[in-house]
Design a protein around this ligand. Structure first.
Ligand SMILES: *Cc1c(COP(=O)(O)O)cnc(C)c1O
Length: 360
């Protein structure tokens, strides 16, 4: 079986975790601080606030940016549900704008028409889906024109760049996830990044029960603190990230050169894409046939995502508009194939040969 993802953990991580355990300081401490500073620097932000997950990082990012009850936040209907759930937790409400067929990312044209249709939208939450950067030239123009607060969901975009500038450095605030399937992991974990000292301070308070002085709680916060154990893994992973992303890009390049099957549409390549996923499209109605073929040939795959967010059952009571032309077409065609850094050349070859043999 060639798996769709596999965390790349080894002796470095084991030793780093051992060191933390031996130190006796396993909860949030100096190692977390070092990880926050190192990761923030890597992604071009002044401040990093590490959290328990990408989801909690997003929630804190939204709250720390001053958004909450009753605010409207424009976002994509085509993502992992956390990007929208994080909005819901704060009492704000998502407004969805359709995506682009080629990049799978929220469409600047649809953003602008939604802004014109819907008065009072305060913020825009973008997702660099599958590691592919959103068109930040167009997005930043809209953000300035409509004076929006920009939040970046970089849960799939560690190391993603747009014209050389890192994802996570464009918005007022951004959030990353370190779940094991992502481009780097801490087990579970996340981080909020910002270069705004006030947002950073609010985020810091939110993740630590609203405290600046111990046992003096200025606001109702949470315990969303990362542990030193997780941070120690994160520091090792961050050292390997460039190399791991390089392998993902190499693997994607292999597919662009070697996948030759007219039943498949390959993803569009953008510079700065780090291929969290390599997502192909098959003809509408043929997906089950294709995935069955992959299963028979022991090739792992993922369907990211089978439903749009607004049509999920948990959103059904909230009367969101549920039809989005591009999203609805794409969601029935996508299949992500293994592109992770631990794939060997033999495995890549095997995936390509199997897929090239597929006949609809
Ligand atoms: C993984 C992911 C999240 C949530 O991260 P967790 O660490 O799993 O909580 C949020 N948004 C997107 C786009 C993701 O892929």
């Amino acid at each position: 079986m060639i798996n769709i993802s596999r965390p790349n953990l080894g002796d470095e991580e084991k030793n780093a975790v051992s060191k933390v355990i031996d130190s006796g300081m396993i909860a949030c401490g100096e190692v977390v601080k070092e990880f926050e500073n190192t990761f923030a620097k890597f992604a071009g932000a002044s401040f990093g606030i590490a959290t328990t997950s990408g989801t909690t990082a997003l929630e804190v990012a939204i709250r720390a940016a001053g958004l909450g009850e009753g605010d409207k936040i424009l976002t994509t209907p085509y993502s992992f549900i956390a990007s929208s759930n994080a909005i819901m937790y704060t009492g704000a409400r998502p407004v969805f704008a359709d995506i682009e067929e080629g990049s799978f990312n929220i469409s600047p044209e649809h953003i602008e028409s939604k802004l014109k249709q819907t008065p009072g939208i305060k913020a825009l939450l973008i997702v660099h889906l599958f590691g592919n950067p959103c068109d930040m030239d167009k997005i930043m123009t809209i953000v300035k024109k409509y004076k929006l607060i920009l939040i970046e969901d970089c849960a799939q975009a560690h190391g993603t760049t747009w014209k050389g500038k890192p994802a996570g450095s464009f918005g007022a605030v951004s959030a990353f996830s370190f779940y094991p399937t992502k481009n780097m992991t801490t087990g579970e974990g996340g981080i909020v990044l910002t270069s705004d000292s006030e947002i950073a301070q609010r985020a810091r308070m939110l993740i630590n029960h609203g405290m600046q002085v111990r046992y003096y709680h200025d606001i109702i916060g949470y315990n969303y603190r990362m542990t030193n154990i997780a941070a120690a893994i994160g520091l090792c992973q961050l050292k390997k990230l460039n190399d791991m992303n390089g392998k993902r890009i190499r693997n994607a390049k292999f597919y662009y050169e070697n996948l030759k099957n007219s039943a498949l549409i390959l993803p569009t390549h953008t510079d700065g894409h780090v291929y969290h996923q390599f997502t192909v499209k098959v003809e509408d109605g043929m997906r089950e046939n294709f995935t069955k073929f992959l299963e028979e040939n022991k090739i792992g795959y993922g369907i990211f995502y089978p439903l749009s967010i607004p049509e999920q059952k948990c959103y059904s009571a909230m009367s969101f508009e549920t039809s989005y032309q591009v999203t609805d077409s794409v969601k029935n065609k996508v299949v992500s194939i293994p592109v992770h850094p631990l794939l060997t050349l033999e495995e890549l070859n095997e995936v390509a040969c199997v897929i090239n043999r597929y006949k609809k």
